[in-house]
Each structure stands twice: as C-alpha cells, then as structure tokens.
Write a protein that binds this ligand. Structure first.
Ligand SMILES: Cc1cc2nc3c(=O)[nH]c(=O)nc-3n(C[C@H](O)[C@H](O)[C@H](O)COP(=O)(O)OP(=O)(O)OC[C@H]3O[C@@H](n4cnc5c(N)ncnc54)[C@H](O)[C@@H]3O)c2cc1C
Length: 487
C-alpha cells in the first residue's frame, strides 16, 4: 500500500518549510507531505554545529518575505532555527512533516501520471512507498552526510584530531590547544574568531586568498524605522528591498569595475589590519570579486582576531601531514593538536535520489533547465536551487509563487502533467554549463559541474542567477509559449 499526496516536498530545510508555507497559503486544499531524512527541521542549520555557526548573508533577505526578521542582520544558526520553528508553529506545518524518512528513488509513470517515491524510515529500516502528482525537490545542493575532505599524504601519521566542520564532534575540547584550520571560506572565517579566545593559537591555512566584506552587524535603516514605530512587516519589506538593491549593485559593479571593487574590499581589510599586515599575500585574491561567494564578516571579527594576534593566517601549499602537524611547500611546519578541514562540500545532485522516467534512468546532465527550476523531459517536478550572489531564500519565495501558479494552471486546464520540452526552434541552441565558470567558480561547483543540467543563453532555458531579473520574468512568463507541455 502506498500513500498518495498531491505534492511531495523533499527536505525540511529553509526551502522545504517555505514550500509548505506557500502551499498552505496559496493552494489551500492541496494535500502534501514533507519528507526529511534528519530527525528535525532546519537542514543546513541543523547539520552544522561548529563554533560560531552563523549566516553569511543578511536575514532580511535570507528570511522569508512573509515573516519579518527582527534580529541582527547576520544571525546565528540558533536564531535561524528559532525563526524556522516559529514559521512551523504559526502555520501548523509540523503535521505535514515526517522526519527520519529518506527518499531513495523516484519513478515517473506517464500512464499513471504520478511519481512513485521509495522511502526508507531510518529508525526502523522499513521501506515504504508514496505516490504524488507533483514532486518539489527542496533537498539543498550538498551531501549532508559526507563532507568534502581532500586526501593529503601522511594524514594517518598525524597524532592529533582531524575534524570537519560539517561533522563537528560535540565533545571536541580545543581549550589551550594549537589549532590549524585548512581553508579560507565563510566557515573558516566563522570558526577562527569563535575559537580564538579559547585556543592557545589558531591558524588559518589557505592555498589562496578569499575576499571578505567586514561590516558592522547592524542595519541602520531598520533601526531608524523601528525608532519610528514602523510595523515590523513594513520594516522587513523596506530593508529587504534595500538589501536586495545594494547586493545587486555590488554584484554589477564587481563585473563592470572589478579593480575598483577589489580595491575597496582590500581597503576595508587594511583599515582593520593596518599597513604592516601583508594584505597583498593573504587577502588579495586572484579572482574577480563575487566570482566566488563574498562572505560578510560581522564587525570584521576575523580581521580583529588576526590583528589581536590570537589568530594568524598562512598562505602556502600543504606538502604533507606529519605526526606533529603540517609540512608546507615552503618548508615551514605548522604544529597542531587539532586540524580542522574547512574544505567545503560535495555537491549532491538531487539529494542522492535515483530518478527514472517510465522505467528509463534519468541522467540530469542530459537535461536542459527551465529557469533553473524545471528540467526538459522531467514531468511535474521543481527543484529549488537558490542564488549564489544573493540570499538563497529569495528563490524559495519566488518558486513558491510559481509552483502555486503552475498547480492552479494544471487544475484550470484539467491537466495532470506538465513537462518542459525543447521546441523545434530551441533544438539548435548552444548548450552551456549549469553555471558559467567565468561567472561563478567555487571548487564545489566546479568539481560537479559535469553532473548538473545544462542551460542556454535564452530564457526560459536559462539559469539566470539574478533575482532582480527573475522576480519580474518568472511571474510574467507565458505558460503558453510551448516550452511547457500540459497533458
Ligand atoms: C554553513 C553554511 C552557511 C550558509 N549560509 C548561507 C547564507 O548566509 N546565505 C545563503 O543564501 N546561503 C547560505 N548557505 C547555503 C545554504 O545551504 C542555503 O542557503 C539554505 O540553507 C539551503 O536550504 P535548503 O532547504 O534548500 O537546503 P538544506 O538546508 O540543505 O536542507 C535540505 C534538507 O533536505 C534533506 N534531504 C536531502 N536529501 C534528502 C533525501 N534524499 N531524503 C530526505 N531528505 C533529504 C537534508 O537532510 C536537509 O535536511 C549556507 C550553507 C552552509 C553550509
């Protein structure tokens, strides 16, 4: 026996909870279930428990458009979890979520016009089957179970602990220890100031530098509006629009005037670290600003930890691990009691779920994306893949509206199937990678690009990664242009 739902949402992270909200709000009466393999909601914010864990974009835009954010712009995982918990409680979403349910496979049947989803209950190891008309993939973009750790020679020789931030041990005692953090992304930038006061010393070891934007963790506009007793809903909307505009302007400037933006970012680092600090070596990346994610560092905390001497940064290559620490290409040795590999994620295409369409295995890399959300030849399915250069969640609300529109359209037409198909005039379009490496090229994306769907230069077969364009284009898109086939 299998249970049937109109919509099945995969994942109870910020995307899945947002999806559930929009179904309740915009499609009352639609039956749906959220299946989540972890034992609670939150996704990213539940998985990561390392010291200091926080957002690296502001919560006016990383929060939903429908629930005002009232805290500091950059927020701790704890505050984000509280916010998500309130969304669940206020909208009684919990009755729709089943935890500990891992989706293994999804099979589409054109005869039956539904997906059959095989699920394993992780507590009892029981297998069960669900069917659904529409599948809403909110499983994020990386493997939650296995982080990315490169293998270095001699790792087994090291006598201390090697830990990855994604699988942080609750009982790790780093007080008075010498810690080396490998990596210089947002995670390293969070860990270092959070641990620096307790460790004997903490070192950020990077192969190459990253841009950071130190900013006071306040929003003056929000504070001013609050001082005028403007309702929270208005403050949220106004500050959100302002933040979206500012982020977009920086993004555009980074492309049009990369040297100017680079100088500005490097200047901000110099302002805190001082002229004696070797900013050229440690904080002047070779890539264009925003070609990889630009992390905000609240109140410049990473730079202050470095300035105070509690932490240091080394830019070098790892030759090998030794019993005492790390031997570098320069011949220097970094002695350590603990090595933290803040080396990032492994991209997971569609949550490790095996897909087939009418019995034929689906290879997503052979599909072309429709607005970065649907895929040629894949019926009744939307995937939330958020923005890199703006908050992920902006796409969640946008797709919430779109899925509701699509479901209403299907109902109005009496259709039980909608599938993106390349029209004859689309067939000749040049296929491009999911993300153009010249545009955005962090390691975790580049390592898995060959597994991802393709895009073209023309809408709707385009993965725009531009919220301001998409927020107008997607709602206005013509559902009758022949790229979506209803049956
Ligand atoms: C440390 C960290 C900080 C970040 N900070 C920001 C930020 O400040 N701003 C920003 O825009 N982005 C940020 N990101 C990116 C972030 O992942 C997303 O913004 C957002 O949290 C993703 O939400 P999601 O719900 O789409 O996916 P996730 O948070 O990844 O949640 C997906 C859920 O689906 C579950 N799942 C996956 N596969 C299956 C399956 N087969 N069966 C059942 N369940 C499944 C997962 O276990 C998980 O609980 C950050 C990422 C990390 C790792």
């Amino acid at each position: 026996m299998s249970e049937h739902f109109d919509v099945l949402i995969v994942g109870a992270g910020i995307s899945g909870i947002g999806g559930a909200y929009h179904l309740l709000d915009q499609c009352p009466g639609t039956s749906f279930v959220v299946l989540e393999n972890q034992e609670g909601f939150g996704g990213t914010w539940r998985t990561h428990t390392y010291p200091g864990i926080r957002s690296d974009s502001d919560l006016y835009t990383f929060g939903y458009r429908f629930k005002p954010w009232t805290g500091k712009p950059i927020a701790s995982a704890e505050a984000i979890m509280e916010y998500l918990g309130e969304v669940i409680d206020e909208n009684r979403i919990d009755q729709h979520i089943r935890y500990g349910h891992e989706i293994r496979s999804a099979s589409w049947s054109t005869d039956d016009k539904h997906w059959t989803v095989e699920v394993e209950r992780l507590d009892t190891r029981e297998h069960s089957t669900f069917t659904c008309t529409f599948l809403w993939m909110c499983q994020g973009y990386y493997d939650h179970k296995k982080p990315y750790t490169p293998q270095w020679e001699g790792m087994d020789d090291f006598r201390g602990d090697v830990v990855h931030p994604q699988t942080w041990p609750d009982d790790l005692d780093y007080a008075g220890k010498r810690v080396v953090v490998i990596g210089s992304g947002a995670t390293a930038a969070t860990l270092i100031p959070a641990m620096a006061d307790d460790t004997e010393h903490i070192t950020m070891l990077q192969r190459s530098p990253t841009y950071f934007a130190p900013r006071a963790n306040v929003d003056e506009l929000a504070d001013q509006l609050r001082s005028l007793d403007v309702p929270d809903e208005w403050t949220h909307e106004i500050v959100r629009r302002n933040r979206i505009k500012m982020t977009n302007e920086i993004d555009k400037a980074a492309k049009a005037f990369p040297d100017m933006v680079r100088d500005e970012l490097v200047g901000m680092a110099r302002e805190i670290l001082g002229d004696d600090f070797d900013i050229e070596t440690h904080f002047t990346p070779a890539y264009r600003p925003w070609q990889q994610r630009l992390a905000l560092i609240p109140d410049g905390d990473l730079f202050h930890a470095l300035k105070d001497g509690k932490a240091s940064v080394v830019t070098d290559k790892i030759e090998r691990f030794t019993a005492e620490g790390i031997l570098l290409a320069s011949g220097d040795v970094l002695e350590a009691d603990i090595i933290v590999t803040a080396t990032g994620f492994d991209l997971s295409v569609l949550g490790g779920v095996t897909f087939d369409i009418d019995g034929e295995a689906l290879d997503f890399s052979n599909t072309v994306t429709w607005y970065g959300a649907m895929f040629s030849g894949v019926p009744n399915m939307v995937w939330v893949f958020g923005y890199f250069r703006a908050s992920w969640t902006l796409k969640v609300d946008l797709l919430g509206d779109f899925v509701a529109r699509l479901l209403h359209e299907m109902s109005d037409r009496g259709a039980s199937m909608v599938v993106p198909r390349l029209r004859p005039e689309d067939e000749a379009m040049e296929l491009r990678p999911w993300i153009e490496p010249d545009d955005f090229n962090p390691g975790y994306v580049m390592r898995s690009l060959h597994l991802m769907p393709k895009q073209t230069a023309e809408a709707p077969w385009r993965h725009l990664q531009d919220y301001l364009l998409e927020k107008d284009a997607l709602p206005a898109t013509d559902l009758d242009d022949g790229t979506l086939v209803f049956d």
